[in-house]
Design a binder for this molecule. Sequence first.
Ligand SMILES: Cc1cc2nc3c(=O)[nH]c(=O)nc-3n(C[C@H](O)[C@H](O)[C@H](O)COP(=O)(O)O)c2cc1C
Length: 189
Amino acid sequence: MTDRSAAVTQTNEDRIAWLRGLRQSRQFLDQTIPPDVLDELLEVARWTGSAKNTQPWEFIVVDDREMLRRLAEQGAYSGFIAGAALAIVIVLDENALRSEAYDEGRVTERLMLAASVHDLGSGTGWFSTDEAQAGVRALLGIPDGKDVWSAVAFGYVDESGEQRSAAAPGGRKPLAETVSYGRYGERKG
Ligand SMILES: Cc1cc2nc3c(=O)[nH]c(=O)nc-3n(C[C@H](O)[C@H](O)[C@H](O)COP(=O)(O)O)c2cc1C
């Protein structure tokens, strides 16, 4: 297993490589996450910044295997949640404003980074249709006035499994295609 946790105590180069190397995991070992590690993840989530410090989130921790399986069935690409040790479902105020969607992404990324510190893999699963969201609401008893768009799954990574999704090609666009300097479209050099 790659020891990603060691990297955070090392050099700046190591830390940047650790940040740059954070990928979505989709295959997990059948190994539980210690309760104190979960508590730490939740504390990191709690301390994540949000627009005007509104903290527009609540979190549902799901670790029951059958419930994870049923959750996994809701989204088009959320099947990987079935094999996770646990998932944290992010609940938002209904009709989440743009800032709340931003906050959701921010807390998700921070949870993923915190998990990586503990050598845990993680991945976000998106419930993008009304039907998927209704399914999750019904499964978890999420009341009216609340929205649910995603869950973050966590677990020790099964390095022998396929982590990539057929639906999402890997790699990244070069910076030369995405960064302008001073004015839109002005590239380096
Ligand atoms: C808003 C959002 C929704 C995503 N939904 C899913 C999903 O439902 N299923 C999945 O397997 N990956 C999902 N992903 C993960 C992306 O596919 C992944 O981050 C992207 O392909 C880049 O791969 P990497 O994270 O491994 O670098 C989602 C990512 C984001 C930011």
